[in-house]
Design a protein around this ligand. Structure first.
Ligand code: MN
Length: 219
């Protein structure tokens, strides 16, 4: 009747908010996770409240089939399901034990598709620096065309699965991700961020990207 199923839940940070210092400060991590990400989850749940038939759907399934979401809440769902999904991937894309560089098959694929690891990093940082306004920079694997690795950006909380690309690594270039420490110096944030990039997780995502169901991020 009037029961509300609260399906979407804020995941805990996989490390202490201070663990990524000095590259990302604890206060930024706390506000980013406890306020911004929590806000996306709350707004998504609230938008879905009147639609019990949508409440069991995963965030990926909502984003991959927005046409099935009523007009009235479609933009809210796109923004907040995207915000929830992107941040859920993002926390795991960072680690206090950053290895500094990929290894194994992912390292080979980066070399194949970008020429070198340094060339890849430069292209990723340039894409992030040149992105106008709020958005994300991604290393993705194409769902077709030889399954190559590519760099792309999304504005707002767009996620590449909506264009058939599988996320391998991502960086949040919204000002809320870096402004307390870096202010307007987004390029400095981007270059410092490599120290906390989680290449072990990126390698796992690369392995999983072989699976036919890889676009379902909620698996
Ligand atoms: Mn963010």
């Amino acid at each position: 009747m009037n029961t509300i199923s609260v399906k979407h839940v804020l995941p805990a940070l996989p490390y202490d908010p201070a663990a990524l210092e000095p590259h990302i400060d604890a206060r930024t991590m706390q506000i980013h996770h406890d306020k911004h990400h929590a806000g996306y989850v709350d707004k998504l749940n609230k938008a879905l409240e009147p639609y019990p038939e949508l409440q069991d759907r995963s965030v990926s399934s909502l984003l991959l089939d927005l046409d099935s979401v009523p007009d009235k809440i479609r933009t809210t769902v796109r923004n907040n399901a995207g915000g929830h999904l992107n941040h859920s991937i993002f926390w795991k894309a960072m680690t206090p034990q950053g290895e500094g560089a990929p290894s194994g098959k992912l390292a080979d694929a980066i070399k194949r598709d970008f020429g070198s690891f340094d060339a890849f990093k430069k292209q990723f940082d340039t894409a992030g620096a040149e992105l106008f306004g709020s958005g994300w920079t991604w290393l993705v694997r194409s769902g077709q065309e030889g399954r190559r690795l590519m760099i792309l950006t999304t504005t707002g909380h767009g996620n590449p699965i909506m264009q058939g690309y599988i996320p391998i690594l991502l960086n949040d270039v919204w000002e809320h991700a870096y402004y307390l420490k870096y202010q307007n110096r987004r390029p400095d944030y981007l270059s410092d961020w490599w120290a906390v990039a989680n290449w072990d997780e990126a390698g796992k995502r690369f392995e999983r990207s072989q699976d036919p169901g890889a676009l379902d991020e909620d698996q």
